[in-house]
Each structure stands twice: as structure tokens, then as C-alpha cells.
Design a protein around this ligand. Structure first.
Ligand code: ADP
Ligand code: MG
Length: 281
């Protein structure tokens, strides 16, 4: 500190920084000012450095909060997603979607179709994570879990409020849409959710069955038509028609070990893909 500088009441400064809600500056001002004095920074540089630090910390804390609320399945990132396993999807297109620009502002949707094990949940979670890192808010949920919550809300006459609460999420990921049980009460809350978000807020849906089989999701054909119509009006659709990744990896591991896949591997991977189907139904 320069010899002629007036003394600073550090305690009072801490209180003021608290009142001004500048917690990051409160933590570092002493280090920053010591360094500025030592290196002879001009006053404006010190002020700018402190302000930049506060804003960067604020962004970091916000993203951390958004990651906490998103309930993404852990470990599903774009880095760990093998794009060569789904040749119909280009990394460039996914990267562009991950900026969020051009679709989240207008409430456009993303729909991932494909058989079990093809990477729909992984890709949906990875896109969600990348969007959060780019400043958007996302909620990841199994469709059946959310439908159950919305049904409870409806019984308590609070369905509208529950759906409105989801508005804070720029993207709502509904994983496994097609596994919702065939029940009129359940599907109508889902329909109300889809209608409420239409052209306002984006939804990412993963589903095993193509639209043609969505009559099993919405038992009323008019409701199916109306739901599909709203979902696809502004939507990007990925058809991930690939074999189960787990099954393929297991077979590859066997052949890399120098052995042709044994009957036991083929049988166990078949069982794996059968159990994929079962957990989904
Ligand atoms: P789906 O939701 O289509 O049934 P998942 O996303 O659950 O499939 O994928 C099954 C498993 O295989 C998960 O552990 C997932 O991380 C992995 N997986 C699937 N596709 C890929 C891929 N292209 N690259 C890396 N891992 C993948
Ligand atoms: Mg899945």
C-alpha cells in the first residue's frame, strides 16, 4: 500500500460489500489490492479486475445452481458420446443445438427416436449439460415421474401452477415418453403440459416408438394427433436407429480379445437388450 494512502476500515468495507451483494470481491479485495500496490496497477485496472472477478464468480455459481436443479444422470457428456456409433447424427448439428441459439428462444423441440440402448438418454443428458454450461436452464426427468407429479398437482387443483413452474426451464427433457402407462388421466396431464409449452418453451423427448405408435401413449386418437402436431410444428427429429450400444460394446470387447463372440456372450447381450425392453415397459 502506498505510504500516503488513508487507512481503510477493513471491517466496514466487508460489511458494505455484503450489503452490496458482492461476496466474491469481499473475499479477494485484500489480495487484489496488495498485488495492485506491489505491481503499481492504475486504479481503473484494479476496479476492472475486481468487477470481472465478481461477474465470473456469479456466472460460475449460477451454472452450479442450474446443474444442481437439472437432475441430469451423471457422467453422460458429449465427450463420452461416440458419434461414430450413430452415423445418422452429425456432431456439428449437435454442437450447434448445444448453443441453444435459434431454437430455445422460440420454444422449438427436439425429439430422439430409436430402439433401447441406442444412446437417446445419453445424448439428451449430454445436450442438457452443454446447454446449462452455456447459460440455459434445463430439467431432466423421466416422463413417468413427471406425469405422476402433475397428477398429484391436479388432484390438489394446482396443475396449472405446477406446469407454470416448469416455465423457468428453457428445456424440459422428457425421457422415455412412450413408457407412460396407457391411462387417460395420466396422458391428459401430459397433453396439457405439451400444450402449455407449445411455441413458448422447448421440450426434448426421447421415445422408443415412432409417432405411428403413439396411440399407445395417448389412447384418444384426437389427443395423439393434437400432441404430435404441437410437438413437431417446430422440431428437430433424430432417428437413432442403431443397435444397442451396450450389446455392441460387449461383442467388440470379445472380438478384441481375439475370440469370436461366444454363444454365452451373444445370449447375455440378447438378455441385456431384452431387459432394456422390459425396464422400459
Ligand atoms: P437409450 O436411452 O436409447 O435406451 P442409453 O442412452 O441409456 O440408451 O444408452 C445405453 C448405455 O450405452 C448408456 O450407458 C450410454 O451411456 C451408453 N451409450 C449409448 N450410446 C452411446 C454412444 N454413442 N457413445 C457412448 N456411450 C453410449
Ligand atoms: Mg433411455
Amino acid at each position: 500500500m502506498s505510504r500516503n494512502a488513508p487507512a481503510i476500515d477493513a471491517q466496514r468495507l466487508s460489511l458494505i460489500l455484503n450489503d452490496l451483494r458482492l461476496p466474491a470481491i469481499k473475499l479477494v479485495w485484500s489480495d487484489f489490492t496488495t498485488r495492485a500496490d506491489k505491481e503499481g496497477w492504475p486504479g481503473a485496472r484494479l476496479l476492472a479486475a475486481l468487477a470481472e472477478h465478481e461477474i465470473a464468480e456469479r456466472d460460475r455459481r449460477r451454472i452450479e445452481r442450474h446443474l444442481g436443479e437439472a437432475r441430469l444422470p451423471p457422467g453422460k457428456t458429449l465427450d463420452s458420446f461416440a458419434f461414430d456409433a450413430v452415423p445418422m447424427i452429425s456432431r456439428a448439428q449437435v454442437t450447434a443445438l448445444c448453443s441453444g441459439d435459434g431454437w430455445l428462444e422460440k420454444g422449438a423441440n427436439l425429439i430422439l427416436f430409436g430402439p433401447p440402448g441406442g444412446g437417446k438418454t445419453h445424448l439428451a443428458a449430454a445436450i442438457g449439460l452443454a446447454l446449462i454450461e452455456n447459460g440455459w436452464r434445463v430439467l431432466f426427468t423421466r416422463t413417468s415421474d413427471l406425469v405422476q407429479k402433475l397428477q398429484v398437482a391436479r388432484r390438489e387443483l394446482a396443475l396449472e401452477a405446477a406446469i407454470a413452474k416448469l416455465d423457468k426451464y428453457h428445456l424440459l427433457v422428457l425421457d422415455d415418453l412412450a413408457y407412460v402407462t396407457k391411462d387417460q388421466a395420466e396422458t391428459s396431464v401430459l397433453f396439457e403440459l405439451i400444450s402449455a409449452r407449445y411455441e413458448r418453451r422447448s421440450t426434448l423427448i426421447t421415445a422408443n416408438q415412432p409417432f405411428g405408435e403413439w396411440n399407445r401413449v395417448f389412447p384418444d386418437p384426437a389427443m395423439t394427433l393434437a400432441a404430435v402436431d404441437r410437438l413437431v410444428h417446430h422440431a428437430t427429429i433424430f432417428e437413432m436407429n442403431v443397435e444397442s450400444y451396450r450389446r455392441r460394446s460387449a461383442i467388440q470387447r470379445q472380438s478384441r480379445a481375439g475370440r469370436p463372440p461366444t454363444f454365452a456372450t451373444i445370449k447375455s447381450t440378447q438378455e441385456m437388450s431384452r431387459s432394456d425392453n422390459q425396464t422400459c415397459e
